[in-house]
Design a protein around this ligand. Structure first.
Ligand code: AMP
Ligand code: MG
Length: 420
């Protein structure tokens, strides 16, 4: 009888549901708002005053009484931006104003300088298209005092940081981002600067995994390479758990005698699953120790990276307070024949391009071996070839996960926006 894994094989859906039940947003922290780019807001932010806070001119020109219509006016003063000038506009008069200046008392419209002519202390208004409020931004036109400006759960991008500046929120409460302790395991793994001895290979997983952790907005903590010995493995895992919010390992989760990660995690906490019906990444493992999520990736470089993409990234986003945690999924048309074995759902690495008519075309990155990291290089999509079906013919339509930017397929020199 061949040895059997003690862990039942579960579906991808079940695995994702289990992870979602265990991963929770981290406690909120207070940050200087300038440092909060990419964080998720943990409070509602309200406007402390109106925007604009005073009636402001939206052009450089002359403040007038709209009812006067076109014709000559006496210029009674200047109002630039930044203060309140002692100037009052009455019927038959005008005051010079700049963009962003308070509209002087008595005026109800501004005529842009391009529609005026100035001579001898008088301005000639050349347009008859003047209504009360022309070229005036009224109080609260953009934001009303007391208004909800940013709701808790909002991801802070450039516009949101600007809004925090507008409403004077020098400090802001956001969800903390997870620190993730990352380690490689294996007696054969050496550092990239080392010359591998016979039987050894250089580490790649730690570098791919720390990079995707960073791309997910979390902070990697490098635990180095750990040998396949229970003692050292346990020691380094404990160090990681004491300093980080989550643990991410690679290697040592298969069926070998020196695959010690699962047994160690089981001795310290709960292993929620240890096998998923997916390719690559079947032995992917998820545990919690002292409430902290522990993700054990298989050692094959593609398995490690694809398993991170499918199972770990959504959890890290949830821990950082995000509610949109899954990659977009879209129908893609296969550019050629794809080989696929029917037993397991397979994530194949592809280059996706967008045709001008909107269709998404998927081309394979070549040989899909789990050790061939080159099949991930340049890939911006994973096509999902579902279990239960064999090979896929060219032109078949399948679901694809968009894992990075999709470029438009366009002739060189074509304008990106046309006919508008
Ligand atoms: P394992 O999951 O430990 O059985 O490893 C599966 C395969 O992945 C083996 O061929 C390992 O040599 C390889 N591997 C494990 N860890 C790494 C790593 N950090 N970098 C590159 N290859 C690795
Ligand atoms: Mg190993």
């Amino acid at each position: 009888m061949p040895p059997e894994s003690p862990y039942p094989m579960i579906s991808i859906e079940e695995a994702l549901a289990i992870i979602q039940r265990q991963a929770r947003p981290l406690p909120a922290v207070t940050l200087a708002f300038q440092d909060a780019l990419g964080y998720v807001l943990a409070e509602d932010v309200f406007a402390d005053e109106s925007m604009p806070p005073f009636a402001a001119s939206s052009v450089d020109g002359f403040a007038v009484v709209a009812a006067d219509g076109p014709g000559l006016r006496r210029v009674v003063g200047d109002q630039a931006a930044g203060y309140i000038a002692d100037v009052r506009v009455e019927s038959g008069t005008a005051a010079r104003v700049t963009t962003g200046a308070p509209v002087p008392a008595g005026a109800d419209a501004v005529v842009m300088v391009e529609q005026t002519e100035l001579s001898d202390g008088q301005v000639d208004i050349l347009t008859n298209d003047i209504q009360p409020g022309s070229n005036v931004r009224s109080i609260g036109q953009d934001i009303e005092s007391g208004q909800l400006v940013l709701a808790g759960g909002t991801v802070l991008g450039p516009a949101e940081l600007g809004l925090l500046g507008t409403v004077g929120r020098a400090e802001v409460t956001v969800y903390r981002r997870p620190t993730v302790a990352v380690m490689s395991t294996g007696d054969e793994i050496v550092e990239p600067h080392e010359k591998p001895q016979p039987g050894q290979i250089r580490d790649s997983n730690r570098f791919t995994l720390m990079s995707v952790v960073r791309q997910a907005g979390a902070k990697p903590l490098d635990l180095g390479i750990v040998r396949d010995k229970t003692g050292s493995l346990g020691e380094i895992i404990e160090r990681g758990l004491s300093k980080a919010d989550a643990l991410l390992t690679s290697g040592g989760v298969s069926m070998g005698q020196l695959d010690l990660v699962k047994p160690y995690l089981a001795s310290r906490g709960t292993v929620h699953f240890g096998r998923v019906n997916t390719k690559p990444g079947k032995p992917v493992t998820f545990a919690t120790v002292d409430g902290k999520p522990c993700f054990a990736m298989p050692g094959f470089p593609v398995s490690a990276l694809v398993s991170f993409e499918v199972f770990v990234r959504p959890a890290l986003l949830k821990m950082a307070g995000h509610s949109q945690i899954y990659r977009p999924r879209e129908q893609a048309t296969l550019a050629h024949h794809f080989k696929h074995a029917a037993e397991r759902t397979e994530f194949q690495r592809v280059v996706l391009t967008r045709r001008l008519d909107g269709t998404l075309i998927a081309s394979s990155t070549g040989f899909q071996g789990s050790g061939r990291l080159l099949s991930m290089s340049g890939a911006n999509g994973l096509v999902i070839l579902p279990r239960g079906q064999g090979d896929f013919e060219a032109g078949s339509v399948v679901e694809a996960l968009l894992i990075s930017r999709v470029e438009m397929e366009m002739a060189e020199g074509t304008a990106p926006i046309q006919g508008v």
